[in-house]
Design a protein around this ligand. Structure first.
Ligand code: PRT
Ligand code: MG
Length: 205
């Protein structure tokens, strides 16, 4: 049995056509059900639908053979024990620092609100800045407005969410796209099977 871990949400919408093109399809009845393990057109391939940040965890521990997750999620997780084999070039966005216009971010101790603690810390430390990182799970844009933080670190796509909250993008931390990751042990034991599918997915890009 081959188990593929996919992120629910926006990545899923762009991943399903890729898998379909590669020959793996999930029946609509499966997708519409509330099942967490979905059957595919192959008896020996199943798909599990996870919270984006759980995808590298399942792949790292071998509970899934391969999976698809955003580079942001992989950087936050650390992605030990997984190989990143393919940049799928989908669900692109940018990890950015954002703040209110004209905000002075050159003060000695900066408060940063973010869901992406590792990305934020590594970025500001690399700039030689002392920061206090405040971990949030959503609605980061609110933090500078109500005085919880000086700035935020968040994903930006169109920039509309920032604009709607009177924030401006400042520094680019890194570019994000979705990556195909493989459990390193499974890549050895099921090499030909996994590699075959990776080649097919590559061709469908
Ligand atoms: O539910 P959960 O908290 O786990 O995740 P989520 O609901 O925030 O996001 P989900 O599951 O839909 O997808 C998350 C993955 O999609 C991320 O890990 C990225 O790799 C990728 N991705 C691509 C994005 C965006 N673009 C994006 N724009 N994830 C989130 N956003 C959010 C961003 O956080 C901000 O709130 O969209 C808003 C900004 O969008 P714009 O277009 O207004 O700039
Ligand atoms: Mg979500």
């Amino acid at each position: 049995m081959l188990t593929i871990a996919l992120s629910k949400g926006r990545i899923l919408d762009q991943t399903l056509p890729l898998l379909e093109e590669a020959g793996i399809s999930i029946p609509q009845t499966e997708l519409k059900s509330r099942k967490l393990i979905l059957d595919t057109n192959f008896d020996d391939i199943q798909v599990i639908i996870l919270r984006a940040s759980d995808v590298p965890v399942f792949v790292q521990h071998g509970a899934a053979d391969f999976g698809i997750a955003g580079k942001d999620v992989l950087i936050e997780h650390g992605a030990d024990g997984v190989f990143e084999l393919l940049d799928l070039g989908i669900s692109k966005c940018r990890m950015m620092v954002a703040s209110e216009k004209d905000k002075d971010l050159n003060k000695s101790s900066l408060k940063v609100a973010t869901k992406y603690v590792r990305s934020a810390k590594e970025y500001f430390y690399s700039q030689g800045k002392q920061v206090e990182v405040i971990k949030l799970y959503g609605a980061m844009e609110l933090a500078p407005i109500v005085g919880l933080s000086d700035c935020i670190v968040d994903l930006v796509d169109t920039g509309n969410t920032l604009k709607a909250n009177n924030l401006v993008p400042l520094d680019l931390i890194y570019e994000v796209s979705s990556r195909l990751i493989v459990n390193s042990a499974a890549f050895n034991t099921k090499h030909s099977e996994i590699n075959g599918w990776i080649q097919k997915i590559k061709e469908s890009l």
